[in-house]
Design a protein around this ligand. Structure first.
Ligand code: PLP
Ligand code: SF4
Length: 348
């Protein structure tokens, strides 16, 4: 990939990164090592689940290693088609919990706004793969207005999570306008952004963008690093810009087979995040969404790993391991069961 040898000025420009994403099987030819079957597989998979990879994210993988954890997260895999006729597109029933288009409400005090269906990199394990099919949508002003009007009419909501897709791919003016309209609602106390940009296109986080977000504090930023190798100097710079602007950064990792399902990998990930002052917030058990079956890790295995980490790792780097259940049931904590005996707590 000659793209990976571009001049450093271009490399650090997010528009260049976004515009030069690898999107066609031919773009990946070098990674196939001359294997025509692989090219054909990528073609078949991408007709159902498209792919896009920033040169930056591609540069994090070892091109010679097919089991590379970065590669597994971004390259199409034939196993995505295994449950094409049987899998569920929306097992969390998000679409049934939309009072107005784009707004998902599954909890009394908070809701989630889908600001766009675009992403810089399409994660193969994404639980909103159903969105990708809609192509590059541009949402209208009335779409955003509809969501903020509804929030304004529901005073029990105190927090809105602006997510997607990746909300940091919105034009700056649109992001500014939407956050501003939410901030103007008196009963909304807190805003949150959910974005994977720090891990997949960290150069997007620049002073101007942070300046917009900063106006709407308290604003919390949740991102998704899944592997310690994603924690690069570029990612550190992006998160530091947010943190020094007074925007706390938390991480929502997904437990993924072949990517991070080893206790040592998880520990390195959580330690690495803590070194950047990022709080590991959740570790999600992979949702049972169509096209991600090959990433599933058995829940008891996940719990066992968390239990191993529990005693040997600073509490500040331990996320809560959770399973998301349909509709209002929401996130269910999967607490490690302590193997130790309970201390003797006899009553006196
Ligand atoms: C996960 C989620 C939230 C946020 O839940 P927290 O536990 O506060 O992180 C809010 N709304 C929806 C629809 C969600 O899926
Ligand atoms: S960034 Fe988020 S929404 Fe986009 S593909 Fe990845 S997991 Fe899905």
């Amino acid at each position: 990939m000659n793209l990976l040898n571009s001049s450093s000025a271009e490399w650090g420009d997010w528009r260049w990164q976004y515009g030069n994403r690898l999107r066609r099987p031919e773009d990946l030819a070098e990674l196939g090592g001359g294997n025509d079957n692989l090219l054909e597989e990528w073609d078949r998979v991408s007709q159902v689940y498209p792919f896009a990879i920033t040169p930056y994210y591609a540069s994090l993988m070892d091109p010679t290693d097919r089991s590379d954890p970065i590669r597994r997260q971004c390259l199409p895999d034939i196993r995505e088609l295994a449950d094409i006729h049987t899998g569920q597109d929306d097992p969390l029933e998000e679409d049934r919990h939309m009072p107005v288009p784009g707004l998902i409400r599954r909890y009394p005090d908070r809701c989630l706004a889908l600001a766009t269906n675009r992403c810089a990199v399409y994660c193969r394990h994404c639980n909103r793969k159903r969105f990708w099919k809609q192509g590059n949508r541009r949402f209208s002003r009335s779409y955003f207005q509809g969501m903020s009007d509804w929030v304004a009419q529901n005073p029990s909501l105190r927090e809105v999570i602006v997510s997607g897709g990746d909300p940091l791919l919105l034009p700056e003016a649109a992001l500014d306008r939407f956050l501003g309209s939410l901030k103007a609602i008196p009963h909304l106390e807190v805003l949150r952004i959910g974005s994977r940009i720090p891990a997949v296109m960290p150069m997007r986080i620049d002073k101007q963008l942070v300046g917009i977000m900063k106006k709407y504090r308290p604003l919390w930023f949740n991102t998704q690093f899944n592997h310690p190798r994603e924690i690069t100097p570029e990612a550190a710079r992006a998160c530091d810009l947010l943190l020094t602007a007074g925007i706390p950064v938390s991480n929502q990792a997904v437990l993924l087979k072949g990517v991070n399902d080893e206790p040592e990998t998880l520990r390195e990930l959580f330690y690495g995040l803590q070194r950047l002052s990022i709080r590991p917030y959740y570790l999600f058990s992979c949702d049972r969404v169509k096209g991600v079956d090959h990433f599933q890790v058995a829940i008891p295995k996940g719990m066992e790993m968390m239990e191993q980490l529990w005693q040997r790792t600073s509490g500040l780097c331990l996320p809560r391991f959770v399973l998301d259940a349909p509709g209002e049931r929401g996130k269910i904590p999967l607490q490690p069961l302590s193997r130790q005996d309970w201390p003797d707590m006899k009553r006196r």
